[in-house]
Design a protein around this ligand. Structure first.
Ligand code: ZN
Ligand code: ZN
Length: 418
């Protein structure tokens, strides 16, 4: 069944090259969304546009059965492409501050869009092989962490109802042709905090008249080091980084405030909330110890939720992958990156799984690994050199989506293409 892939392949590859050459920044995925909506309409999907800005949802109802939601992200990054590919992006846009900003699909979201459109088309062509409802969701602004919540806040639930399962995939610096799944935590939760502490400004020669925010901030930075070293169970990966610290203007002026910016990565909701609570406790206590003139303000920004794959859902997808891909189906290592995909299933209250597909020429990958040079020779996501090979990456990503969807919707005896 679904023998349409070889026929579809030239269209998929052309679509991908065009999309790669025409990337759009987060919240600006206008042309991409239009192309997505047009393709879904051609395939007979009920199309909903402009959710959370540029979000697109395509629904295909095909008889009784479960509802499966599959998501792709659409945005590119402010990166100057250096791949030298014939279809490389030379797009430069003007940002909100008037600065010229290069744009590149440096995270491979063009792969995700192309493969989901491919899977949507194959499944629309072969409706007698499955039964149920397929929901394809094309999300804006993953890179800024607010695209999924933007769709949720803009009526997502009313459009998609209550699916039985949600899924998504990401192309990573793994051998092309492979797929990789993982049960449990797979991507870190990320939180950024902007903490402002309030002292009392004074002349640098009269510390007795001040509450010095520089000393206060320094104490906070030092004490924060104990959150991981003294409060976190060894083996539980938690990162607390103070990435920026600003106070004062001049050597003989004691400032009246200091601003710290923190980045936090965790892999369980439990350690996430414990870490955030410890940070607040330390900040408040150091402010009290310094006799700060006002309570600290803690502002949260650039938040990414934990991605924690449901065991039952993931094992069902992994079994389907093992049957379809054989030795090309593998286990995914836990990733330190973060994603906002899980905001969608979490808002809907449905279980989910998130897997990886490879994008690196397998021969090149093996060569680099044999030389012990994987990290230095193979560009990762967000690199200006990140360039997934078109094949077998697009075939694999398209097949993976079809296989995973059919694990829920496939009729008895139906099989995905080999
Ligand atoms: Zn990214
Ligand atoms: Zn990405």
């Amino acid at each position: 069944m679904l023998v349409g892939l070889p026929t579809l392949r030239p269209w998929l590859e052309d679509f991908y090259r065009h999309l790669h050459a025409h990337p759009e920044l987060s919240h600006h995925e206008v042309a991409t969304a239009q192309a997505v909506a047009a393709s879904l309409r051609d395939d007979g999907y009920e199309v909903h546009e402009h959710l959370g800005g540029t979000g697109v949802i395509g629904v295909l109802r095909n008889g009784d059965g479960p509802t499966v939601l599959v998501r792709a992200d659409m945005d590119a990054l402010p990166v100057a492409e250096a791949t030298g590919l014939a279809y490389a992006s030379d797009v430069v846009v003007t940002d909100d501050d008037g600065n010229a900003t290069p744009v590149m699909h440096a995270c491979g979201h063009d792969v995700h869009v192309t493969c989901l459109l491919g899977a949507a088309r194959l499944l629309a062509q072969d409706r007698d092989q499955w039964s149920g409802t397929l929901v394809t969701l094309f999300q804006p602004a993953e890179e800024t962490g607010d695209g999924a919540t933007g769709m949720v806040d803009n009526g997502l639930v009313g459009v998609v109802g209550s699916p039985d399962v949600a899924m998504a995939q990401h192309v990573l610096a793994l051998p092309a042709g492979t797929v990789a799944t993982r049960v449990g935590p797979v991507l870190a939760a990320a939180d950024s905090l902007r903490i402002t502490v309030y002292g009392r400004g004074a002349h640098g020669s009269m510390p007795q008249a001040s509450v010095d925010p520089v000393v206060l901030a320094a104490m906070i930075v030092v004490r924060l080091q104990t959150v991981v070293s003294r409060e976190t169970r060894p083996g539980d990966p938690v990162v607390v980084t103070v990435g920026s610290l600003h106070a004062g203007t001049k050597s003989n002026v004691i400032a009246d405030r200091a601003v710290l910016e923190l980045n936090i990565r965790t892999y369980t909701e439990e350690s996430r909330s414990a870490t955030l609570a410890a940070i607040k406790r330390i900040v408040d206590a150091e402010c009290a110890a310094s006799d700060a003139v006002a309570p600290a303000t803690i502002e949260r920004f650039d938040r990414f939720p934990l991605t924690e794959n449901d065991e039952t859902v993931t094992e069902r997808v992994a079994a389907a992958f093992a049957e379809h891909f054989g030795a090309r189906a593998d286990t995914l290592a836990m990733q330190s990156a973060s994603e906002d995909f899980s905001d969608v299933p979490n808002a809907l209250g449905v279980p989910y799984t998130y897997w990886a597909i490879g994008g690196v020429d397998p021969a090149r990958y093996d060569e680099a690994r044999a030389a012990g040079r994987l990290t230095s020779d193979i560009p990762v996501n967000h690199s200006p050199h990140f360039a997934p090979v078109i094949q077998p990456t697009l075939d694999t990503g398209t097949e993976a989506l079809v296989v995973a969807v059919l694990a829920w919707l496939g009729r008895e005896g139906a099989r995905a293409p080999r």
